[in-house]
Design a protein around this ligand. Structure first.
Ligand SMILES: [Zn+2]
Ligand SMILES: [Zn+2]
Length: 348
């Protein structure tokens, strides 16, 4: 077994505190990674607080993990010690169902194993995440990180990156498309970078006037303050594709009105209230509301390779793990541009 240091929540809503535990010794197909940075995702806060009623404790959060490979099992082919490697939201799946065979492990028919707040396939070991000094994962679920990307800025690609990249690829966002991004946070700022890079004409939709300059800095071509009725009207029936990153409840009909006929509104946030849309708002204009959940392992690798080629990373603020509670407070107040990333040296 491999002893690791971490920060964990021992019970629902608990403040994170130091926690020592052991990772399994590498099996023949396992990769042991010494974690250097871990991004801080809103999901971490939701799961610590058991907002979705599915949390398992003790809980070491974190699913935007990067580090250096320190050891590999005897059958590992893709990795060797010293490699720059990443782990995202998944650490296992059945590997045998139609979805797994298509590389859509996030939809595994027999239940994908999430990186934390989940049980491993043995049914008893609690999977623990990246707010820790090391992790051991089967090579199928380990990503090759492009060496040219700065590790702290690359970590958020493993959740915020793939969550926004995948739906835009699924619906072929590119040149000639008018695309809107709702919300300019951790997900939204990555979405703007990808959409601009794919050649789309990009508009940011936000309720904060102060985000206009940031949207432009990120490469957006237009900014609409959605609380301003005139501005909102000016984009009626305009967009081919809207990516909705909001996790707070909101009126979907307001944004559907901004789609041209045949347009798509794709949601990646998880507000707790239901989507309430009269059928008239989609039938008469052949509009579509869809959801999207992270991405499978092959697409996550494709996204990372794309980011390596195009030098795309997240805008981050690096913190020592001792400041995690303060970071959560600032995230809840939207006071972060745009992702906190924990420097794991602070745990040594
Ligand atoms: Zn996440
Ligand atoms: Zn499966």
């Amino acid at each position: 077994m491999i002893p690791v240091k971490s920060y964990a929540a021992q019970t629902e809503g608990a403040t994170l505190a130091p926690y020592n535990f052991e990772r399994r010794s590498p099996r023949p197909h396992d990769v042991h990674i010494e974690i250097t940075y871990c991004g801080v995702c809103h999901t971490d806060i939701h799961l610590i607080n058991n907002d979705w009623g599915i949390s398992i404790y003790p809980m070491v959060p974190g699913h935007e993990i990067v580090g250096r490979v320190v050891a590999v099992g005897e059958h590992v082919k893709k990795f060797k010690p010293g490699d720059f490697a990443g782990v995202g939201c998944l650490v296992d799946s059945c590997r045998d169902c139609d979805y797994c065979n298509e590389g859509l492990e996030q939809h595994c028919a027999n239940g994908a194993v999430y990186t934390y707040s989940a049980y491993e396939k043995d049914g008893t070991t609690i999977a623990q995440g990246g707010y820790s000094t090391g992790i051991v994962v089967d090579e199928r679920f380990v990503l090759k990180m492009p060496e040219n990307l700065e590790p702290s800025k690359a970590a958020p690609l493993l959740c915020a990156g793939i969550t926004t990249y995948s739906p835009m690829r699924q619906w072929n966002v590119g040149k000639g498309h008018k695309v809107a991004i709702i919300g300019l946070g951790g997900l939204g700022h990555m979405a703007v970078k990808f959409a601009v890079s794919f050649g789309a004409e990009v508009t940011v939709l936000s309720t904060h006037a102060g985000k206009k300059a940031d949207a432009e800095k990120l490469g957006a071509h237009d900014f609409i303050l959605t609380t301003d009725e005139e501005q909102a009207k000016s984009v009626a029936s305009k967009f081919d594709f809207i990516l909705d990153t909001l996790s707070a409840s909101h009126d979907y009909n307001f944004y559907l009105a901004m789609l041209r006929a045949g347009g798509k509104l794709v949601c990646v946030g998880l507000p707790s209230e239901s989507i309430n849309v009269p059928s008239f708002n989609i039938v008469f204009t052949r509009k579509c509301i869809a959801g999207s959940l992270i991405g499978g392992l092959p697409e996550t690798q494709e996204m990372l390779d794309y980011c390596g080629e195009h030098n795309i990373t997240a805008d981050v603020e690096v913190i020592p793990i001792q400041q995690i509670s303060e970071a959560y407070k600032r995230m809840l107040a939207s006071d972060i541009k745009y992702r906190f990333v924990i420097d794991m040296k602070s745990l040594q």
